[in-house]
Design a protein around this ligand. Structure first.
Ligand SMILES: NC(=O)c1ccc[n+]([C@@H]2O[C@H](COP(=O)([O-])OP(=O)(O)OC[C@H]3O[C@@H](n4cnc5c(N)ncnc54)[C@H](OP(=O)(O)O)[C@@H]3O)[C@@H](O)[C@H]2O)c1
Length: 509
């Protein structure tokens, strides 16, 4: 997270070569290229920046620029390539066509980097973005090594070159550790950016400001005032064209291991002693390390795994997961998971953290809500339909914002209570323009060398340690029994029962 005074807002980054492996893929076209373009338009990239796309295509630079223009027209702002900004941006774009298994391709890339600019920093200050399938991450690092593009190419201060690694980061503890070892053999930890785009989202960053930039929340942010915490990451889409990849993953690996763990860490962390990458990340990791080990019995009672089945949603028939393209007709992959965690720290002892995530749910929403205790004495008992409980909800997407539910007297001559909302909306408070994409903030952080919003190796380790008992238990056909929910609903009944057993309910979203 780049902290800037308003007058420094447009401070320029250092020149670098931003190499995108998998530049023809979905992520690069939808997010990475539009984000780099927007950073360029805002004047945040150095004018000597070189963006090098790598893909298995026989393109020259001119053809590559046409493809980038098409991606920007489709996924960024229509018409944006008819501008002077595009004409200057396109000069930063270069193409290197080779298969990721082709050793010679990396040698040619080495050569290409040295020819891109008279500014020698462009060659030496390279960012390698792995926007490619996770299976090939280690191979790409091997080849970068062989071609002399990693440690042997490092700057004296050890801060370049940098590598950005997409999720998923391993599929279990063993594979995650093995990937970490491979990366650390070629890059210093400070040069490895394990990206989780949730951490670049405004509301997630604002959670830090909200908690540590204000005085009023800290005094209630603990077990004495908080009854429980809920985290929901709900999607209305199914697996779309990602069936093959999703079959290997499921909801736990796709969302819980990374995004939800980061959200738990951000909500529950202690105040860092300084606002920098080391201190903030130290505090985040302590939370995940403090997650109470889950026993087999708890997996059976406190975790639900389920899969969507066909339904009619808004009058349209919607396929079940097993009918999706590239999904096995008897697939046992979960598209929904709900569960309960405990953060065993002084602050959070006894406060459950309930999480749920799924595809094909009733609405698209990501939200963290803090549910405060009921008042110690029910003075207004009988005047309200539901017992009063304050809820602070932080909406991460869409409609980013924060709202506080409080009880108020309904106008009129009789005494009756109603729940009302105090709302802060990003769009309304900050000019209504669209918010910067999370990737924009994160790509700039990589170029500035600021790792605060990226996962350190011990974070992934801790998250996998916490989830290994669940994955292990799910190997057992009884403990890992799959439940089902109709597409377009809020998941299986078992998820509601999980809450009900604790005398609570999911927030209606
Ligand atoms: N898409 C998202 O929204 C999203 C979100 C979070 C994380 N991620 C992660 O980001 C990474 C990329 O995802 P994606 O959705 O962009 O995948 P994708 O659409 O399948 O694109 C992957 C790219 O990798 C290239 N590639 C694969 N094997 C290659 C090889 N041997 N040599 C050269 N290029 C090769 C493909 O090239 P060809 O075009 O030549 O086949 C393709 O351009 C994955 O790790 C994914 O898990 C994606």
């Amino acid at each position: 997270m780049t902290v800037t005074a308003p007058e420094q807002e447009t401070r320029q980054a250092t020149p670098c070569a931003f190499v995108i492996f998998g530049v023809a893929g979905d992520l690069a076209r939808r997010k990475l290229l539009p984000s780099l373009y927007e950073l360029w338009v805002e004047g945040r990239l150095h004018e000597e920046t070189a963006i090098v796309g790598v893909a298995r295509r026989d393109y020259d630079d001119a053809k590559f620029r046409q493809e980038v223009a098409a991606a920007l027209e489709e996924f960024h702002v229509p018409g944006c390539t008819q501008t002077a900004e595009w004409r200057s941006f396109q000069r930063t774009l270069h193409f290197a066509g080779f298969d990721l298994e082709d050793t010679d391709g990396y040698r040619r890339l080495y050569q290409r980097l040295s020819e891109l600019s008279d500014d020698t920093r462009v060659e030496r200050q390279a960012v390698f973005y792995l926007s490619v399938p996770p299976e090939v991450f280690p191979d790409v690092v091997d080849h970068l090594d062989e071609a002399g593009l990693t440690r042997r190419h490092a700057t004296k201060d050890g801060t370049w070159p940098r590598i950005v690694v997409e999720k998923p980061f391993g599929r279990d503890l063993v594979s995650s550790r093995s990937l970490n070892d491979r990366l650390l053999a070629s890059f210093d930890e400070e040069c490895i950016y394990r990206i989780d785009h949730y951490l670049g989202k405004e509301t997630v960053q604002n959670l830090l400001v909200f908690r540590f930039g204000n005085t009023i929340f800290e005094s209630i942010w603990h077990r004495g005032s908080v009854d429980h915490v809920q985290i929901t990451v709900a999607e209305t889409l199914g697996v779309e064209n990602r069936g093959r990849t999703y079959e290997q993953m499921g909801a736990l690996r796709d969302i819980l291991q990374n995004h939800i763990m980061q959200l738990i860490a951000t909500v529950a962390m202690e105040p860092p002693s300084a606002f920098d990458g080391r201190h903030v990340r130290n505090e985040r990791i302590k939370v995940i390390e403090a997650l109470r080990p889950i026993t087999e019995a708890e997996v059976a009672g406190d975790f639900v795994r389920a899969q969507y089945i066909e339904n009619v949603v808004d009058g349209e028939p919607v396929k079940g997961y097993r009918q999706e393209e590239n999904v096995a007709p008897n697939s046992a992959t979960e598209t929904f998971v709900a569960g309960k965690f405990h953060v065993d720290t002084w602050r959070w002892s006894g406060v459950p953290f309930y999480i749920r995530t799924g595809k094909r749910l009733a609405s698209r929403v990501t939200e963290v809500s803090i549910h405060f205790n009921e008042p110690p004495m029910q003075l207004f008992r009988g005047l309200d339909d539901t017992p009063p409980r304050n809820v602070l909800a932080m909406r991460i997407q869409p409609d980013e914002g924060i709202s506080l539910s409080i009880d108020a007297k309904r106008p009129g001559v009789t005494m009756a209570l109603d729940s009302v909302q105090m709302d802060f909306s990003y769009a309304e408070s900050f000019g209504g323009g669209s918010l910067a994409d999370a990737y924009e903030a994160l790509l700039l952080d990589v170029i500035h060398g600021d790792p605060m919003l990226f996962a350190r190796s011990d974070m992934h380790d801790a998250a996998w340690v916490a989830l290994t008992p669940v994955l292990d238990a799910w190997q057992d056909p009884t403990l890992g029994m799959l439940d089902y929910y109709p597409a377009g609903t809020w998941g299986p009944r078992a998820a509601d029962e999980l809450m009900k057993r604790d005398g609570r309910a999911w927030r209606a979203l």
